[in-house]
Design a binder for this molecule. Structure first.
Ligand code: HXC
Ligand code: NAP
Length: 283
């Protein structure tokens, strides 16, 4: 579906690029010709991810950085520019999340998640946006939110994340209009469940809960990383040049499953349908 040089010449800064979906996107974007610069707090996952990309023939650098700290973000972007000359693309994939009863949360627990997701995305977007505007160069931003942000429903038990991701979506749409005149394009991807160590360890408390989640899903499966990575490649490429301020849900229909009043009828066995159909036939 994609030409192997789709992203040739592009230099991408990706937060959270050392693990999970961030890593899967980084690997795929490098395969398509982009140079990657990964940012995260822990050095070891970043080092391993960069090695993986380089072994596969890609160009990759990294810097440790806490996206909550604007000075650290500036320093990491400067390091990326030193390595690649310039950065033209940003993927905000860094996030924090955990399940908790909201009444039990401490102020610091709320601040930790909102700091990473909302403030972190703002710091990275502003740092690169300012540079692009000053240099009169185009830029592309992709923000990873969640399907509960795209649905507008939020979600119980992940309230800090629900608030922060809703804010990131608002930022995406607001700046898509404000910065279009500078040739800066912003979009979002709203994933449903994609197994990653980071998400599963914090959000899926038991195997039983995982099975329940899978069974409730209309397609009875979770997302595959390559499915999301390919959507990211499309949204970052020039093929999607007229898509701006959009949020693409990639969840196999998960959020809609809970939205339609009669959707629970997917659980009704065929025998029951047949019995009802017989009953309404004229005698
Ligand atoms: C209640 C918690 C908590 C929990 C931490 N805290 N975990 N409170 N329940 N499970 C509280 C701590 O007690 C502390 O408050 C405050 O949060 C900050 O915790 P720290 O560990 O000091 O913070 P920090 O080291 O900055 O870590 C941030 C983090 C952590 C968000 C808490 O989980 C993290 O590093 N996450 C990064 C990766 C991640 O979350 N990936 C999943 C993304 S998945 P006090 O008051 O004690 O100081 C996703 C969407 C998935 O976003 C959707 C569908 C599957
Ligand atoms: P993940 O592997 O835990 O990814 C989160 C990344 O963010 C990690 O690499 C982490 O690295 C980095 N990070 C966290 N706090 C940071 C900070 N303060 N500064 C810099 N980097 C930080 O989880 P994932 O599942 O792949 O999530 C990736 C994205 O997809 C997130 O935006 C998440 O909300 C979204 N998402 C995931 C799912 C899913 O089912 N997996 C569903 C919906 C949305 P360090 O810990 O080293 O900093």
């Amino acid at each position: 579906m994609f030409q192997s040089d789709l992203l040739k010449g592009r230099a991408i800064f990706i937060t959270g690029g050392g693990t999970g979906l961030g890593l899967s996107m980084a690997v795929r974007l490098a395969e398509l010709g982009a140079k990657l610069f990964l940012a995260g707090r822990r050095e070891e996952p970043l080092r391993q991810a960069a090695e993986k990309i380089r072994k596969a023939g890609g160009e990759c650098g990294y810097a440790t950085c806490d996206v909550r700290d604007p000075a650290a973000v500036e320093a990491a972007i400067t390091a990326a520019e030193t390595q690649f000359g310039r950065v033209d693309t940003l993927v905000n994939s860094a996030a924090g999340n955990f399940i908790a009863r909201t009444e039990k949360l401490s102020p610091n627990a709320f601040a930790a998640v909102v700091g990473i997701v909302l403030h972190g995305t703002f710091h990275c977007t502003l740092a690169l946006g300012r540079r692009w505007i000053a240099a009169r160069q185009p830029g592309t931003v992709l923000n990873i939110v969640t399907n509960y942000a795209a649905a507008g429903s939020g979600s119980g038990f992940v309230v800090p994340s629900a608030c922060a991701k809703a804010g990131v979506l608002a930022m995406t749409r607001s700046l898509a209009v404000e910065w279009a005149r500078y040739n800066i394009r912003l979009n979002a991807i709203a994933p449903g469940p994609f197994p990653t160590e980071g998400a599963w360890s914090r959000l899926i408390p038991t195997k039983e809960y995982e099975e329940r989640l899978r069974n409730y899903h209309p397609m009875k499966r979770f997302g595959r990383h390559e499915e999301l990575a390919n959507l990211a490649a499309y949204l970052l490429s020039e093929q999607s040049a007229y898509i701006n301020g959009e949020c693409m849900v990639i969840d196999g229909g998960q959020w809609l499953r809970g939205a339609g009043e009669f959707n629970d009828l997917v659980e009704l066995p065929d025998a029951m349908w047949e019995k009802m159909e017989q009953a309404r036939k004229p005698r």
